[in-house]
Design a protein around this ligand. Structure first.
Ligand code: MNH
Length: 461
């Protein structure tokens, strides 16, 4: 798009542009720094390749208008098509498979479906607490939350056990997935030697994609052989047609969806849980309040399906953690027609901009003078009602927003409630929050020492 007049970081250089302010390991955090310095609409340019970002609530309200803008599949997401093809997350909205899969899979995220997933989620949460009961020292929070969420989507979605809590090394699928995602993301790095140093070789990438495809194909084959009535994600994809036309998903698309759901269905939730626990250990009064809620609502009982949504304060803790560190940290919006961005900058049909969510979620015009402060009360219903609707978008926007939102929230509130019910946490007071960026965000190197609470004799049925 025509970027004339859009502000950028001071000190932009000829040829390399803003390269000196950028680290290939922390593109998002670099972008936040620029946005906080330069303003709600800005560009970053590296070697003649210039990207427009919009982080103010006003301009994002314009961008989230579905009549004027839609999801743009570009940059990192476009690169991911090598891994996930036309799966839901990486599909262009105009590809017929997007609507087809969206409509077929919607029932997998209904309230009824959540009720069916609850026992599975509970079983996996118990595997986490079993592991923490046995732990003699500090546990790596992000690693264990990743075990929890991977295991949950594997079992609830596909009836597949990764065995995450029995392994010391990650499942081969996970190793391949992490490398393939990094490879895809780093294809945007403009300096070839830097790209190769961080991303690994194309041959390795081909092998990684094959590893992922092979496992998914095996799981699908096994289900086809065994049949069964399961109405999980895989069951719906294999047996259901479109509710209106009866059209079915083709086998290649089913594989793309399977990889999409495993990837999209665990990293983000795991990061959200990890940040929530981080903020709980840093804010003792918040932790006390959250625990008091769990004790009052659940007591020592094992939570049933209906008990999870009753943890309103625990949910606010998660909401607030995802405000500061939305683990899917942004999305792109593409103009459906010629428009003026922010009333000033000309966008032609097809031009696109990136919305870095941590900037939107810190806009002082909406979030007040101290947006960095962790305060779950920001999500009390009255406070939410006072804010513009577009000020908080951790699950994206419009028809391409997250389908897995209810799944993630049920899983995360359940797991957080269970660890609050069961443990006191001792965290290293010297730990300083360090954010690891991949496709998603996670606190890196954050550990806690979980100790069984004196009163906790939680009944297990
Ligand atoms: Mn999820 C899309 C965030 C959990 C499956 N997800 C999105 C988008 C955001 C997002 C943001 C929109 C991206 C874009 O516009 O380009 N998702 C999250 C967060 C969590 C999360 C913050 C957890 C916390 N997501 C989940 C879970 C699943 C899932 C769990 C599956 C079980 N998400 C998806 C899929 C899409 C998506 C599939 C793509 C939907 C579509 O475009 O039709």
């Amino acid at each position: 798009m025509d970027t004339t007049g859009i502000p950028h970081r001071p000190g932009r250089l000829p040829v390399i542009g803003d390269l000196l302010g950028s680290n290939p390991r922390t593109p998002l955090q670099d972008t936040l720094r620029v946005g906080q310095q330069v303003g709600p609409i800005f560009t970053r340019k590296i070697f003649g390749f210039e990207i427009v970002f919009a982080g103010g609530v006003d301009v994002v309200t314009q961008l989230n208008d579905e009549t004027k803008f839609g999801k743009h599949v570009g940059l990192g997401i476009e690169n991911l098509r090598a891994v996930a093809g036309d799966g839901l997350f990486t599909a262009h909205t105009h590809e017929p498979n997007w609507r087809l899969a969206h409509d077929i899979l919607q029932p997998a995220f209904s309230a009824d479906a959540m009720r069916r997933y609850h026992p599975v989620m509970l079983e996996v949460a118990h595997e986490l607490t079993d592991a923490w009961d046995r732990a003699s020292g500090p546990v790596d929070v992000a690693a264990d939350m990743t075990r929890l969420t991977l295991e949950t989507i594997g079992r609830a979605g596909f009836g597949y056990r990764f065995g995450s809590f029995e392994r010391t090394e990650p499942h081969p699928f996970v190793t391949a997935m992490i490398r393939a995602l990094r490879f895809a993301q780093l294809q945007n790095v403009k300096l070839p030697f830097v790209r190769r140093a961080f991303a690994g070789s194309p041959a390795q990438n081909q092998a990684d994609i094959a590893t992922m495809n092979n496992l998914v194909d095996e799981v699908i084959e096994a289900r086809r052989r065994e049949g069964g009535e399961s109405r999980d994600l895989l069951g719906l994809m294999l047996t259901e047609g479109h509710p209106m036309t009866g059209e079915r998903l083709d086998p290649v698309n089913i594989r793309n969806q399977a990889i999409t759901f495993v990837v999209a269905g665990h990293e983000t939730t795991s990061g959200a849980l990890s940040f929530a626990l981080y903020y709980l250990t840093r804010n003792p009064e918040v932790l006390a309040k959250a625990r008091a809620e769990v004790d009052a609502v659940w007591g020592d009982r094992e939570p049933g399906f209906g008990d999870v949504a009753k943890l309103r304060y625990v949910r606010r803790v998660l909401d607030e953690a995802m405000r500061l560190w939305p683990t899917a940290p942004g999305y792109s919006r593409e103009a459906r027609e010629d428009v003026l961005l922010g009333g000033k900058y000309r966008m032609r049909k097809g031009d696109w901009v990136i919305v870095p969510l941590p900037l939107v979620h810190r806009d002082p015009a909406v979030w007040g003078p101290d947006p960095e402060k962790f305060d779950p009360d920001r999500f009390e219903p009255a406070a939410v009602k006072k804010r513009p609707a577009q000020a908080y978008k951790p699950f994206g926007t419009g028809e391409r927003a997250c389908v897995g939102r209810q799944f993630a929230l049920h899983e995360a509130v359940l797991a957080l409630g269970m660890v609050l019910q069961r443990y006191d946490f001792e965290a290293d007071p010297a730990y300083e929050l360090k954010i690891a960026e991949s496709l998603t965000l996670k606190p890196s190197g954050f550990t806690v020492r979980p100790r069984a609470r004196a009163r906790a004799k939680v009944q297990t049925s």
